[in-house]
Write a protein that binds this ligand. Sequence first.
Ligand code: NAP
Length: 286
Amino acid sequence: MSHAIILDGTSLAAQQREALRPRIAALQGHGVRPRLDVIVAGDDPASAVYVRTKMRTAGEIGVESAVHRLSDTTSEEELLQRIAPLNADPLIHGILVQLPLPDHIASHHAIAAIAPEKDVDGFHPQNVGALVSGRPTIIPCTPAGIMVMLESGKVPLWGKHAVVVGTSNIVGKPVAMLLLQQGATVTLCNSKTPDLAAMTRQGDILIVAVGRPGLITGAMVKPGAAVIDVGISRLSNGKLSGDVDFDGACQVAGWISPVPGGVGPMTVAMLIANTVLAAERMQAPK
Ligand code: NAP
């Protein structure tokens, strides 16, 4: 029985971070310490874990970070007022607003308030537009990490059929654009897709970003496919789960990414890479 190649996001993310060291050293040689500022509004427990991981990982590699904590009653106007001085500060290279925000704040307003050149999540409309038109400036972290994982496994994309399940602005849509730009034929599926299995079984590349454990079984995977599981859900036993039945899919797929230890660490590595890139661009002669 065949067994898939595991796309190990933990070790690949470590390699990606190590590759940043000389670039960070070069910036430091010019007196620049790359810095990421994170704004958190409210006390979503999952956000707290993600922010701690981002800051710890940044610090380990010499990227400075600061977190700006706002209460869950902060108004949208107050939040926007906190972003403006960060935009103007030349010592800050990356800014992100941790999502989700409290319901009374429109996340698209907060994202649009970030200076596009400091938008290390790549969610600002200007950066989204650049990505869609095929000249990306800053690539959103999770899709960027997925593309690096596929490249590390030498997964062929050109002329292949990529099926993306889940169409969020932060994962599904941008990764579909990147796959398209690499020559894949792309199908996007959502909760209204009538026969999901009929779609997923066509995917030479199958990207799943839904947030429903067990949604994709081995029987829904095309033999030899590259399966990237983006989902992260906390099960009642406390364990993390992706959207794909890993054991079942492993028997069918050619490549597969695990959860945990797959896309998650890659996302954080790409965030740090985007911060370093933003710092380099701010240094470059205009
Ligand atoms: P999201 O905004 O939560 O949207 C979910 C998407 O899944 C929607 O497009 C929805 O379709 C679709 N969907 C829901 N049920 C479905 C079904 N039964 N069949 C097919 N499609 C279905 O998505 P997200 O923010 O990208 O998050 C998705 C998952 O990825 C979550 O578990 C999240 O925690 C995880 N995530 C992980 C990382 C990482 O670094 N590893 C990063 C980001 C997100 P409709 O549009 O029709 O509602």
